[in-house]
Structure formats: C-alpha cells, structure tokens
Design a protein around this ligand. Structure first.
Ligand SMILES: [Zn+2]
Length: 257
C-alpha cells in the first residue's frame, strides 16, 4: 500500500517543492508568497504554465529563461527534487499513511528553513509556526482516524522536552545558538514524539553527530571560533528527518531502549 502511494506522493512533493522555493526566496524579505505569481528573477516576465512544471520545465528550457535567457537558479530545482524525494520516502516509511499529510508539511517546512538558515543564518518564525500549526492539525486528524490519541500526548512531551533542553542551552550560552534553533527543536520534538518517545532522543543525537563534523572542521580551519554562531537548523532538520524515516529501524537494529 505504502509503495503504491510513494510515486504520487513524490509527484505532489515536486509541486510543493516549487512552492517551497518561492517561500525560500520571499519570506526572508517579508514578501507575499502568493503575489506576484512566479516570474523570472532577471527580466520579471511571469512564467507561463508550461514553464512552471517542476524539474521538467527546467530540463526542457535547459536551465534558461524562455524570454531573456537568464539562468534559472539551480537551487530551485534541487529544492523541488529534495521535497519530492522526502514525500516519497515518507510514504514508504511512515507507520500509517494517515500521518503522511502532516509529515509532508513538516518535511516541506524543514526544507524551507534549512535553505534559509544556510543562506541567511536565520530561521523565520513565521515558517516554524505555520509548519507547527498546519502539521499539528493534520497529526490530530491522523490520531483521530487511527484512534491513537496516545501519540498526541507523546508529541506534546517530545515538543516540550526538546524546547526545554534547547532553551537551557540557549539560556546558558546565548551567543552559541539563535533562539530560532530553540523553536525549531520544539517543532522537531513534536513530530518525533508522535512516532514514539524513544525516537526523540535519537533524532537529537543524529543531529548533533552530523553537525559535529562540519563544526569541528570549521573550528580547526579557523573559519569560525568558539564565539561564532553556527547554523544548526539544517542539522536539526536532517537529524529529525533521518529519525522519522529510519528511527524505528535504527533502534531495533541497535537493540537499545
Ligand atoms: Zn527572464
């Protein structure tokens, strides 16, 4: 059943990824995500429907605007592909397909937040809140449809636990981490908790493990010092997504908890 849904979920992901690209370009500047419609950044010409098909249009146009020939940013396509792959992977891996819409919203929010954090070193609060609100409502519906309200309780505990843990770190070393990371940790804790409380610490451990390597490398190369802020958002997102997709498998193969 899950395998049948993976392909359509991936296609929906490509379309949603196209919107995520708009969010990444506009939200940090406070611009509307619906107006004006998609246009070429170079010449301002609105995109025709045939030039607005995720990935396909980019390939047919060979990465150039039909009107002015300016290069279409490659990261737009990478965001579409990443979102599509995540939606398909979620369809394959989630314990129940009822939870798929909620986790797709979560994944799309994480892609947007990671891209903005990498580029501009910030995690716009509005994206965290919209992801939490829409994703949260969808998880409440998924819990109702599966009559499994215990998951909601675990989601709340996961969110509160991660928020509190990151708040403590932020409070102790306010310069080491932005408050955006604290909010994002709460968001991730909620979505990990819905899958089971033991998945929560796993996601956080994976985040710290994959963040540790580049952080240490930068420190050794002298690109940052102990006082620099490190964009932790993308690693938190990667850790959370890895735990959502493979958490149960990892826990079972380790035989821990
Ligand atoms: Zn153009």
């Amino acid at each position: 059943m899950n395998a049948l849904v993976a392909v359509p979920a991936g296609l929906v992901g490509l379309v949603v990824g196209s919107f995520v690209g708009v969010v990444i370009d506009r939200v940090p500047h406070g611009d509307s995500v619906v107006r004006p419609p998609s246009h070429c950044e170079a010449c301002g010409k609105p995109l025709e429907a045939r030039d607005n098909i995720p990935v396909v249009s980019y390939l047919l146009l060979r990465g150039k605007c039909r009107a002015c020939g300016a290069e279409i940013p490659l990261h737009d396509v990478l965001v579409e592909i990443a979102t599509g792959v995540l939606f398909a992977a979620l369809a394959l891996r989630l314990p129940t397909l009822w939870a798929l819409p909620g986790y797709c919203v979560f994944a799309a929010g994480l892609v947007a937040l990671s891209a903005i954090d990498l580029r501009q070193r910030r995690l716009p609060t509005v994206i965290v809140y919209w992801t939490a609100a829409i994703g949260g409502v969808l998880l409440v519906i998924a819990s109702a449809l599966t009559s499994d309200f215990n998951r909601l309780l675990e989601a709340l505990i996961g969110a509160a636990g991660c928020f509190a843990a990151f708040y403590a770190v932020w409070f102790a070393v306010p310069k080491g981490m932005g408050f955006g990371d604290v909010r994002l940790a709460g968001l991730c804790g909620g979505f990990l908790g819905w899958l089971g409380l033991r998945v929560v610490p796993l996601g956080m451990v994976i985040a710290f493990l994959i963040a540790g390597l580049p952080a240490l490398t930068l420190l050794i190369l002298g690109k940052v010092n102990r006082k620099s802020q490190f964009p932790f958002g993308p690693y938190l997102a990667l850790g959370a997504l890895a735990a959502v997709l493979f958490g149960e498998a990892i826990i079972q193969s380790l035989g821990v908890f």
